[in-house]
Design a protein around this ligand. Structure first.
Ligand SMILES: CC(C)(COP(=O)(O)OP(=O)(O)OC[C@H]1O[C@@H](n2cnc3c(N)ncnc32)[C@H](O)[C@@H]1OP(=O)(O)O)[C@@H](O)C(=O)NCCC(=O)NCCS
Length: 169
């Protein structure tokens, strides 16, 4: 993967978006770079973004645009559940489909791993982003690290069923 560098401009038309699964610890510099920029500098998140012991147990997806790191996300497997976390796109590159591309790859990884359920804790500003992918809110909203969150879930069988049904419409 690329070296993490500062960016300030939006992607130009025609630039190539790519998402890849990167093993840990190879993914570390890019993952920590984006987390620092988005969660620490932008969102002022209270807790550490580098000391998460689940990082080494997780599958990490990194998105790039023309070789420049654009965003990240990870999934951790617990029994039949794929738990998605730390999804972030660098600010100048948002609303260009990077987040959806990361999520689609993470969901694909979950399906390949045989997950029945995919879950995440969404920051509430991003609810519609996750709803668009088929996640549904579950339970009450809560605060974590000073930010309002909503637990969300997707039943993989339902999603697959809907996808297959739509092919025959
Ligand atoms: C949430 C986030 C990952 C979305 O990434 P993105 O690359 O901007 O998303 P996309 O361009 O793929 O968005 C696709 C669609 O999702 C929806 N969407 C994206 N961001 C949204 C937001 N913040 N609020 C509401 N809807 C949003 C829109 O429908 C959008 O389509 P549109 O641009 O045609 O309207 C990004 O805003 C981000 O990194 N935010 C800061 C970190 C964060 O909050 N991470 C989530 C932790 S749970």
């Amino acid at each position: 993967m690329t070296l993490f560098k500062p960016i300030s401009t939006s992607p130009a038309p025609g630039q190539r978006l790519r998402t890849v699964v990167v093993p840990w610890p190879e993914a570390k510099p890019d993952v920590y770079g984006v987390r620092q920029e988005v969660f620490v500098e932008e969102q002022r998140l209270a807790h550490s973004v580098v000391d998460d012991p689940d990082d080494q147990l997780s599958v990490h997806v990194i998105a790039s645009i023309d070789g420049e790191v654009a965003g990240i996300g990870r999934v951790t497997f617990i029994a039949d559940d794929g738990q998605i976390a730390w999804v972030a796109v660098r600010r100048p590159l948002r609303r260009h489909g990077v987040g959806l591309a990361i999520m689609r790859q993470l969901i694909g990884v979950c399906i390949d791993e045989g997950c029945r359920i995919i879950s995440l804790n969404a920051q509430t500003h991003a609810l519609s982003f996750y709803e668009r992918l088929g996640f549904r809110p579950l339970g009450r909203r809560f605060r974590m690290s000073g930010i309002e969150h909503q637990h969300m879930m997707m039943d993989v069988d339902d999603r697959e069923m809907r996808r297959r049904e739509s092919r025959y419409r």
